[in-house]
Design a binder for this molecule. Sequence first.
Ligand SMILES: [Zn+2]
Length: 64
Amino acid sequence: MSRPKCPVCGISVEPSKTPSMPFCSERCRLIDLKRWLGEEYSVPDRLADPDEDEEMPEPPAEDE
Ligand SMILES: [Zn+2]
Protein backbone atom coordinates (compact mmCIF):
# COMPACT_ATOMS: atom_id res chain seq x y z
CA MET A 1 0.00 0.00 0.00
CA SER A 2 2.44 2.64 -1.09
CA ARG A 3 0.58 4.30 -3.87
CA PRO A 4 1.79 7.74 -4.81
CA LYS A 5 -0.73 10.54 -4.88
CA CYS A 6 -1.35 13.02 -7.61
CA PRO A 7 0.31 16.28 -6.47
CA VAL A 8 -2.54 18.27 -8.01
CA CYS A 9 -5.76 16.67 -6.90
CA GLY A 10 -4.39 14.27 -4.30
CA ILE A 11 -6.06 11.08 -5.45
CA SER A 12 -4.15 7.83 -5.45
CA VAL A 13 -2.25 7.08 -8.60
CA GLU A 14 -1.59 3.61 -9.87
CA PRO A 15 1.85 3.76 -11.48
CA SER A 16 1.33 0.80 -13.77
CA LYS A 17 -1.82 2.33 -15.23
CA THR A 18 -0.69 5.91 -15.27
CA PRO A 19 1.57 7.09 -18.08
CA SER A 20 1.30 10.62 -16.78
CA MET A 21 2.95 9.79 -13.46
CA PRO A 22 3.24 11.26 -10.95
CA PHE A 23 0.01 12.91 -11.96
CA CYS A 24 -3.23 11.00 -12.17
CA SER A 25 -3.93 12.33 -15.62
CA GLU A 26 -2.67 14.48 -18.40
CA ARG A 27 -5.02 17.16 -17.18
CA CYS A 28 -3.46 17.38 -13.74
CA ARG A 29 -0.06 17.47 -15.35
CA LEU A 30 -1.08 20.58 -17.24
CA ILE A 31 -2.53 22.16 -14.13
CA ASP A 32 0.75 21.68 -12.36
CA LEU A 33 2.60 23.03 -15.33
CA LYS A 34 0.47 26.15 -15.26
CA ARG A 35 1.32 26.65 -11.63
CA TRP A 36 4.96 26.59 -12.50
CA LEU A 37 4.34 29.12 -15.20
CA GLY A 38 3.10 31.48 -12.56
CA GLU A 39 -0.65 31.52 -12.87
CA GLU A 40 -1.10 30.99 -9.17
CA TYR A 41 2.01 32.66 -7.98
CA SER A 42 0.67 36.20 -7.80
CA VAL A 43 0.02 35.85 -4.09
CA PRO A 44 2.65 33.63 -2.49
CA ASP A 45 0.75 33.54 0.74
CA ARG A 46 -0.37 30.02 1.33
CA LEU A 47 -0.23 27.49 -1.44
CA ALA A 48 -2.17 24.32 -1.07
CA ASP A 49 0.11 21.53 -0.07
CA PRO A 50 -1.21 18.16 -1.28
CA ASP A 51 0.56 16.34 1.50
CA GLU A 52 -0.99 18.48 4.19
CA ASP A 53 -4.40 18.33 2.65
CA GLU A 54 -7.23 16.43 4.19
CA GLU A 55 -6.96 12.74 3.58
CA MET A 56 -9.29 11.42 0.97
CA PRO A 57 -10.77 8.00 1.57
CA GLU A 58 -9.42 5.40 -0.76
CA PRO A 59 -11.83 3.90 -3.21
CA PRO A 60 -12.56 0.27 -2.37
CA ALA A 61 -11.59 -1.11 -5.74
CA GLU A 62 -10.31 0.29 -8.98
CA ASP A 63 -11.32 -2.25 -11.51
CA GLU A 64 -12.91 -0.98 -14.65
ZN1 LIG B 1 -4.80 14.49 -10.38
